[in-house]
Design a binder for this molecule. Structure first.
Ligand SMILES: NCc1[nH]cc(CCC(=O)O)c1CC(=O)O
Length: 309
């Protein structure tokens, strides 16, 4: 009798896509798997912005409860939605191969452009603040809910286009509606954007952990995300803080470009550091030091006090 890996996931279409993706990776490696759908607070509360619910684990806590109970063996999340500091007793054992990490504009109207006076739907503080900094004439409107709901709201006239992660738009098969792929130097993505993380309870059987990691972890992606997440960890930021970072592997070196933008879009710091890929966390921590020294600490404290009001 061989063991069946129980994959816990949220029930949104994007979450399910990611869970099926992981199921497929496990099956290719000869492991049996099944999917268990779990509702989270982040899915239930649709009328309050994520920034206000509080970033700490809105999409992850219910899954973590089930990991502890053993009702599921692994929890699958967008890596981007994972807190930089996991609660005690949990760990990430794999990051799947990263999808293209850019943000994109999604619309039925091919003429939409950041150069025009458009209204964009988004609920990310990073995207709103970045628009204020580079494209202050562009207006934004908050749009929450899963991607299907957001598209519907756009079609009802709420906005001209949505500002989304390529990864999500692509997975939901909205490629035909992608009207622009945004510049990585302007819209540097959120930490982890485009990869799927596999979280387990530390107490899970170590042999099973090793098998799952071997089946799902993509080495280059994990080095990149470890550097990005180390940066985020120093800032104690969740997905609600407008920070960004993107690592790339060049030979045995990791480059890491990242920074922070103030909520009003008046100040933006972006710095490039690099170092040996053997120690990704060190590079992330160095970026944090450099960003703080360049004025990022003041910006971060302002953001935290604004969001906690
Ligand atoms: N913030 C929500 C979220 N979490 C993960 C994705 C898409 C997949 C990814 O970015 O890895 C999205 C949608 C978006 O930001 O447009």
């Amino acid at each position: 009798m061989s063991q069946v890996v129980k994959i816990g996931t949220r029930g949104s279409k994007l979450a399910l896509w990611q869970a099926y993706h992981v199921e497929e990776l496990l099956q290719k490696a000869g492991l049996k798997a099944e999917i268990v759908i779990i509702d989270t607070k982040g899915d239930q509360i649709l009328d309050v912005s994520i920034a206000k619910i509080g970033s700490k684990g809105v999409f992850t806590q219910e899954l973590e409860d089930q990991l502890l109970d053993g009702r599921i063996d692994i929890a699958v999340h967008s890596a981007k939605d994972m807190q930089s500091n996991l609660p005690e007793g949990f760990e990430i054992i794999a990051f799947t191969e990263r999808e293209k990490e850019n943000d994109v504009l999604v619309s039925h109207d091919k003429s939409v452009s950041l150069k025009k006076n458009v209204v964009l739907g988004t609920s990310s503080t990073r995207r709103v603040s970045t628009l204020k900094y580079f494209y202050p004439h562009v207006k934004t409107v908050e749009v929450r809910g899963n991607l299907q709901t957001r598209i519907r709201k756009m079609e009802e006239g709420l906005c001209d286009a949505l500002l989304l992660a390529y990864a999500g738009a692509h997975r939901m098969e909205y490629d035909h509606m992608i009207v622009a792929e945004l510049d990585l130097d302007e819209f540097t993505p959120a930490v982890g954007q485009g990869s799927v993380a596999i979280e387990v309870a530390e107490k899970l059987d170590p042999v099973l952990k090793t098998k799952i990691a071997a089946a799902c972890n993509h080495l280059e992606t994990s080095l990149r995300l470890r550097a990005e997440r180390a940066y985020l960890r120093v800032l104690e930021g969740g997905c609600s803080i407008p920070v960004f970072a993107l690592a790339n592997l060049v030979g045995d070196q990791l480059t890491l470009k990242g920074g922070i933008v103030s909520l009003d879009g008046k100040e933006r710091i972006s710095i490039l550091v690099e170092g040996n890929a053997g120690q990704p966390e060190k590079i992330g921590e160095e970026l944090a030091d450099r960003v703080f020294a360049a004025g990022g600490k003041v910006i971060l404290d302002q953001i935290k006090s604004t969001l906690n009001k």
